[in-house]
Design a protein. Structure first.
Length: 278
C-alpha cells in the first residue's frame, strides 16, 4: 500500500459515511442540511505508522448544501417519502480535510527507512556516495539536515574512500504540477577532515547540490490517484448497505506542505458530492 493510500485511506471515508447517517437521523439535525452553512459531521485525531515513523492525523469532514431548490422540494425531502417524491435527489458538497503532522524525529526515521544505508552513483559512476543517515531539524525558517556519508572514488588510477558530513539547508514546496514536492534553495556545508574530499567538493559542489535536489523530491501523482480510488471504494461499500445516499469524490489533492518549528505539516483535501435519495 502506498504512502498516500495509508494517509488518506484506511476507514476515513467509511467512518464519515456512518457518521453522516447517524447525524441525519438524530433528532433535529436533518433540518440543518437545508441551510447554506457547512456542518461538521466527523472529527477525529489518530496516529498512523508510516514505514517506522509516526504521523499524527487531524481529520475533519464538512457537508454543505449548495443546491438551490424550491421550498416544497425541501419539504418533500424532509418527509423522506421515497415513493411520492420523484424529483432529483438533493445534492450536497462535502470536503474532508486531513492535516498530517510529522515531527522531525519521525521525518528522520522515514528518510532513513527509505534512503539511508544505500549507495548512489554520481558523476557517471566515477564516485559512489554512501549515505549513512539523515537527521532532520529546523533553524527557524528552513529545514536543516545532518547527513553523514562516505564518498568512494572508482577512478582506475585512484581509488579511495573518504568520510564527511553534509549540513543541508533548504525549504520545500510543491511545484507545478502540484503532485511534485521539491526542495528549494538547497545549500550545504561540508564538514570533513579529508583535504582530498574538500578538494572534490570545491570541484563538484554545484553538481552535488543538483544531485541532492533531484534526489530529495517526490512525485505522488500515482499514489494520490490510488488513494482516491481506495476512498471511492469505501463510499461504494457503504452505498451497497444503504439505498438512501450515494456519493463520489471529485478531487483529492495536497493543499499545502510547510516546514514548522516542530516538524513538517501537510494538509490534504478531498472534495466530492453526496446525494440524498428520496
Amino acid at each position: 500500500m502506498t504512502i498516500f493510500e495509508r494517509v488518506l485511506g484506511g476507514n476515513i471515508f467509511f467512518d464519515f459515511w456512518k457518521q453522516l447517517q447517524q447525524y441525519i437521523f438524530s433528532e433535529g439535525r436533518f433540518i440543518q442540511l437545508i441551510t447554506l452553512q457547512p456542518i461538521e459531521i466527523y472529527k477525529t485525531e489518530t496516529s498512523l505508522e508510516l514505514d517506522s515513523a509516526k504521523v499524527k492525523l487531524f481529520i475533519k469532514c464538512n457537508v454543505e448544501n449548495l443546491m438551490q431548490r424550491r421550498i416544497e422540494r425541501t419539504l418533500n425531502l424532509l418527509t423522506l417519502n421515497r415513493s411520492e417524491n420523484q424529483n432529483k435527489p438533493a445534492e450536497y458538497d462535502f470536503d474532508v480535510v486531513i492535516k498530517a503532522q510529522m515531527p522531525y524525529e519521525e521525518v528522520s526515521k522515514f528518510f532513513n527507512h527509505h534512503f539511508a544505508n544505500q549507495t548512489y552513483t554520481i558523476e557517471e559512476n566515477k564516485y559512489y556516495l554512501y549515505i549513512e543517515q539523515f537527521q532532520f531539524g529546523n533553524d527557524g525558517t528552513k529545514a536543516v539536515v545532518h547527513m553523514p556519508f562516505s564518498l568512494e572514488s572508482k577512478r582506475w588510477f585512484w581509488k579511495r574512500k573518504m568520510h564527511g558530513t553534509a549540513l543541508l539547508k533548504g525549504s520545500i514546496n510543491f511545484h507545478q504540477p502540484k503532485y511534485v514536492v521539491k526542495t528549494r534553495n538547497l545549500k550545504y556545508e561540508l564538514e570533513t577532515a579529508s583535504p582530498v574530499l574538500k578538494m572534490i567538493d570545491n570541484i563538484y559542489h554545484q553538481h552535488l547540490i543538483d544531485f541532492l535536489s533531484g534526489f530529495l523530491q517526490y512525485n505522488f501523482k500515482e499514489e494520490l490517484m490510488h488513494a482516491k480510488t481506495e476512498a471511492q471504494q469505501q463510499i461504494d461499500s457503504f452505498q451497497s448497505q444503504s439505498n438512501w445516499v450515494n456519493g463520489h469524490i471529485d478531487e483529492m489533492d495536497l493543499e499545502r506542505i510547510t516546514i514548522e518549528q516542530e516538524g513538517i505539516h501537510a494538509v490534504f483535501l478531498a472534495e466530492g458530492k453526496l446525494h440524498l435519495i428520496p
